[in-house]
Design a binder for this molecule. Structure first.
Ligand SMILES: Nc1ncnc2c1ncn2[C@@H]1O[C@H](COP(=O)(O)OP(=O)(O)OP(=O)(O)O)[C@@H](O)[C@H]1O
Ligand SMILES: Cc1ncc(CO)c(N)n1
Length: 287
């Protein structure tokens, strides 16, 4: 991106911008993003798009931030601090999507990860249909990487979920999503069946890559999608390729799920600091 105040000098630390909703429970949304940025030794900034009253049991209330205030936050961050990569999460209205797309274009942010958030894990809508359509039409063409789960991929493509079950079908769906304009697609496998969670990456270098990890037997997976996209954005900010970024992001999420914390009466949050523990990757979940 253009960096008016650094006069060609590199930033002293990699900078990553989260454009996301707030989760009062601290497990998803921009709280998950900022924890992830910190663990991956990047400097996080955040533009708040929505407030949610939310906990481990679900989402109790949602209120969108006015689009003009989202635009002002974007300008405050990008015109001064700048960023090496950005990540979008909950974009609740079409006006907000338009404000984000406009700022991303104007400031030349080319390492953009779009997590096409639609509903919370418990099923509550976080984004209206018009906003989701705007994300598909005007934000995806700006994305270096888009990270849908299977239901989000189906909604973007207008196909039924029972048409995207097998690994072959998921690879085809990921390729079809490239037609919407992103430079790479990571179709996540958290919602698919099987003992392994397999994520499919297409587009980064023309080929297909599969990122597999054992499916950890835990219900404490609140914020997995946000954390994965945030980790990928942090890696892009550090200058990694999309494929490298997805590999690290997958390992980061698996480690954080393995140490997820049973807080609250429902789906507890990940433990982002797991990344610091020696030998944590690939270990069993906390009981
Ligand atoms: N039980 C699990 N064990 C190991 N990895 C998992 C598990 N659940 C999800 N993952 C991984 O976590 C990442 C997020 O995937 P998922 O499909 O759950 O995203 P999501 O549905 O967008 O998340 P969220 O539920 O936060 O909206 C992926 O890399 C996925 O493979
Ligand atoms: C604020 C927010 N963003 C995204 C998600 C999706 O996990 C969530 N539950 N809450």
């Amino acid at each position: 991106m253009k960096d008016p105040h650094r006069q060609g000098r590199p930033s002293p630390v990699p900078r990553v911008l989260a454009i996301a909703g707030s989760d009062s429970g601290g497990g998803a949304g921009l709280q998950a993003d900022l924890k992830t940025f910190q663990e991956l030794e990047t400097y996080g900034t955040c533009v708040v798009t929505a407030l949610t009253a939310q906990n481990s049991l679900g989402v109790q209330r949602v209120s969108a931030v006015p689009a003009t205030l989202v635009a002002d936050q974007l300008e405050s961050v990008l015109a001064d601090i700048g960023t090496d990569a950005a990540k979008t999460g909950m974009l609740p209205t079409a006006d907000i999507v338009a404000a984000v797309a406009s700022a991303i274009r104007r400031h030349g942010v080319d390492r953009l990860v779009v997590d096409p958030v639609r509903t919370a894990t418990a099923g509550t809508a976080l984004v209206n249909d018009e906003a989701f359509g705007a994300l598909r039409d005007i934000l995806l063409p700006l994305a270096a990487l888009v990270t849908p789960n299977v239901p989000e991929a189906c909604a973007l493509l207008g196909v039924r979920e029972d048409e995207v079950r097998t690994l072959d079908e998921r690879e085809s769906a990921a390729r079809a999503l490239l037609g919407l304009g992103p430079r790479a697609v990571l179709l996540k496998g958290g919602h698919a069946a099987g003992d392994e969670c397999v994520d499919v990456l297409v587009g980064a270098d023309g080929g297909t890559r599969f990122f597999a990890a054992p499916r950890l037997p835990t219900r404490h997976t609140h914020g997995t999608g946000c954390t994965l996209a945030a980790a990928a954005a942090a890696c892009l900010a550090r200058g990694h390729s999309a494929a490298e970024a997805c590999g690290t992001a997958k390992a980061f999420v698996a480690a954080a799920i393995a140490r997820a914390v049973p807080l609250g009466r429902g789906a507890g949050p990940l433990w982002h600091a797991a990344w610091r523990e020696p030998g944590i990757r690939g270990s069993a979940p906390r009981t």
